[in-house]
Design a protein around this ligand. Structure first.
Ligand SMILES: [Fe+2]
Ligand SMILES: [Fe+2]
Length: 230
């Protein structure tokens, strides 16, 4: 079944049952994040969940699918970090999520859509989001990587892997991820600065424009201060 036919196959679940389902998924997902690194912890998932809610409503997405996908989207992250990036957390997370949602009273199309959302949410991933729900999750996750929170997370991640703030003596193109040169500034130049042009929903684009402006100003000032100017 094509994943973009999801709305035609939505199972009618009353709202109190859906609240119970969300609570169960939340408890299961939260446990997986015990001991997670601060840059990709349970708080990140909750921020993405709230952004998904906001964007999902504006885009008239299936909120049941979007909310469950948001709660589970990074459950494969610890595997990626343990293997220094060899395991793709989107692929791993989709595999784990399929098992978690199997007993839930959702339609087969909704289940496939949730798995598709998680499988395609990664910025560097090779699969692109096709459904509106997957586009909502993609944009929500991107938004948490830019703006004030994005700057904070970029440096937090650099600290977690023992990287420097910035290394002006090496070309960014010659640096490697998960090395001491995987700095907060590298993350901005290679990834964060490009995010606003990769947004997939109208609501996501609006929010990204504002966050991008703040972040671009921050890094301009950062480089000036680094050189003793500013
Ligand atoms: Fe992720
Ligand atoms: Fe995420």
């Amino acid at each position: 079944m094509a994943v973009h036919s999801i709305n035609a196959s939505k199972v009618s679940v009353n709202s109190s049952l859906m609240q119970d389902i969300l609570l169960r998924v939340k408890e299961t997902a939260k446990e997986i994040f015990n001991g997670a690194c601060g840059s990709h912890d349970w708080d990140h998932t909750l921020r993405v969940y709230h952004l998904c809610d906001r964007i999902g409503k504006a885009e008239k997405a299936d909120l049941d699918v979007v909310r469950i996908a948001a709660l589970l989207h990074d459950i494969g992250r610890s595997q990626q970090d343990k293997t220094n990036g060899d395991v793709c957390h989107a692929r791993q997370g989709a595999r784990l999520a399929r098992e978690i949602i199997r007993p839930l009273p959702l339609s087969e199309a909704q289940r496939e859509n949730i798995v598709h959302c998680i499988r395609t949410h990664r910025f560097r991933g090779c699969r692109r989001p096709e459904t509106i729900e997957a586009k909502v999750l993609f944009d929500a996750d991107r938004l948490d990587a830019i703006g004030a929170v994005g700057v904070a997370r970029a440096f937090l991640f650099a600290g977690e892997i023992g990287a420097r703030l910035h290394n002006p003596d090496i070309k960014i193109e010659d640096t490697q991820p998960y090395s001491e040169n995987d700095t907060g500034y590298r993350e901005y130049k290679l990834k964060l600065s490009k995010i606003k042009n990769r947004m997939l929903t109208d609501e996501g684009k609006k929010l990204a424009d504002k966050r991008h402006l703040f972040m671009a100003d921050f890094f301009k000032r950062f480089i000036n201060e680094y050189k003793g100017k500013g």
